[in-house]
Ligand binder design. Structure first.
Ligand SMILES: *[C@@H]1O[C@H](CO)[C@@H](O)[C@H](O)[C@H]1NC(C)=O
Ligand SMILES: *[C@@H]1O[C@H](CO)[C@@H](O)[C@H](O)[C@H]1NC(C)=O
Length: 440
């Protein structure tokens, strides 16, 4: 998918590197974090992607080449995973559920994808993901059926509510008895679980399900390919989050927002009052505050990404203050600017999220301003496909440096250092259990 896009980017990088810089890159034992801006040039001749990496994340050996423990001849029952929230949150929970099903030696029924109110649609699992491909890819990892055996087909599953369990708990202790008793249960995986106790075959089932068995339906893949083709190459996919609800939720203060933006944040604030005084600074310095589009543009410049970079905006509707980005980075493309109006208006939330995901796992580079479910999923898939140009902007670094009073060029320099170190050492984005650090 990306072979044709890599080449132009590579040649641009090569063109912009001066011989001196190239020599320095090769000869320096630790090339990142050592450069300083010359006072006359506003930015480096090379960007964050040319920083030498010392490690990268790759799928763990025990998952990809591990010997699979044979599935038991008889199962302990059937499990349906019920998923809620946004597309990538549902996917995360479903992956957990696959691990749990294997742990309990249950056969998996196709999951229920519930949609949160804001999707305003009813797109199920089979509308998003290729079911036959999933079943085929899970062969040997866990048993999956499309249809239940006749004796339980007419029943609704017994719902095991794991969300109310407090603290870390063990599925074998707390869920297996219900499975054995009812023979068909539904679960929504809890966030806190003793995954550390999983045998490797259960972890491998989770990893395989999440990163090597979920492929978008043909219809969605075609739509995604159409969108991908329309984006000028090479391009950066930027996942920018700055919507009123998430800003309200963050409890951060943004005194410089426009009155209109402040009004839309206040409208959804509810009783979540923003922190004030010293607490506001502590909160911000912990990296709790979403980056505004203009802060994002500033950091992108600090990473020496030229302002004529082609940027695909992987973002939902309702971004505030987007001019803060588009007034500096002028080649910004959105779904609605690339797909015909007819396509766009008939498209549901899940579909739009699926397209952003598709473009982002196929883009030359990916930068996220947040660390949400989509970002984790995209970063993992890019690591799986050995696409290394992935960066998470550091809200914490930005807050700390600005609270120290750094500005302008000094601030840019500090931000470059922090991000170049994270990128070079792989610290910038820790991936889930399925991925292991690999020294380069
Ligand atoms: C599940 O099956 C494995 C073999 O695949 C076996 O070692 C394990 O004890 C079984 N666990 C349960 C909970 O039945
Ligand atoms: C949800 O869908 C209904 C029916 O298609 C439509 O009338 C309504 O405006 C939609 N609401 C939102 C928030 O999109």
């Amino acid at each position: 998918m990306t072979a044709f896009t890599v080449k132009p980017l590579f040649s641009i990088v090569v063109l912009t590197l001066t011989l001196v810089v190239a020599t320095f890159l090769i000869s320096s034992p630790s090339p990142f974090s050592q450069f300083s801006l010359s006072p006359t040039s506003p930015s480096r001749k090379f960007d964050i992607w040319s920083v030498r990496r010392l490690v990268e994340w790759r799928p763990c050996k025990w998952w990809l080449d591990g010997d699979l423990t044979a599935l038991p001849a008889k199962n302990n029952g059937y499990i349906r995973v019920d998923c809620y929230g946004g597309l990538n949150q549902m996917r995360r929970d479903f992956c957990d559920g696959v691990g749990i099903a294997r742990l309990l030696n249950a056969t998996l029924v196709l999951p229920k994808f519930e949609v949160a109110a804001y999707w305003n649609e009813s797109s199920g699992f089979a509308d998003v993901f290729d079911v036959d491909y999933f079943i085929q890819q899970m062969d040997g990892y866990v048993k999956v059926v499309k249809d239940l055996p006749p004796e339980i087909a007419s029943r609704e599953p017994f719902r095991v509510d794991t969300s109310k369990r407090k603290g870390q708990f063990d599925y074998i202790e707390s869920v297996l008895p219900s499975l054995l008793e009812h023979h068909y249960i539904s679960i929504t995986p809890a966030m806190s679980q003793r995954r550390d106790r999983y045998p490797l075959y259960a972890k491998a089932a989770l990893c395989q399900a999440c990163y090597n068995a979920l492929r978008l339906t043909k219809v969605l893949e075609e739509k995604g390919a159409e969108l991908l083709q329309a984006i000028p190459k090479p391009f950066l996919s930027l996942h920018l989050r700055f919507e009123p609800d998430m800003v309200a939720y963050s409890q951060c203060q943004y005194p410089s927002l426009s009155p209109a933006s402040l009004e839309s944040v206040d409208a959804v604030r509810g009783d979540r009052k923003p922190w004030t005084g010293e607490m506001a600074t502590i909160w911000r310095n912990r990296g709790k505050c979403p980056l505004t589009p203009s802060e994002t543009a500033f950091i992108l410049q600090a990473l020496s990404l030229p302002t004529n970079t082609n940027i695909y905006l992987a973002a939902g509707d309702g971004l505030m203050e987007i001019e803060g980005l588009t007034s500096i980075y002028t080649n910004v493309f959105t779904k609605s600017s690339l797909l015909s109006g007819e396509d766009f208006t008939s498209m549901h939330g899940n579909t739009k999220a699926a397209l952003d995901y598709y473009v982002s796992i196929n883009s030359d580079s990916y930068i996220a301003t947040y660390f949400g479910n989509m970002d984790k999923m995209v970063a993992a898939m890019r690591a799986f496909n050995r696409m290394s140009k992935t960066v998470f902007l550091s809200r914490r670094a930005f807050a700390e440096f600005t609270s120290q009073g750094l500005k302008g060029k000094e601030l840019m320099e500090a931000l470059w250092k922090a991000h170049a170190d994270d990128f070079g050492t792989g610290r910038g984005y820790a991936l889930p259990d399925c991925f292991c650090e690999f020294k380069l």
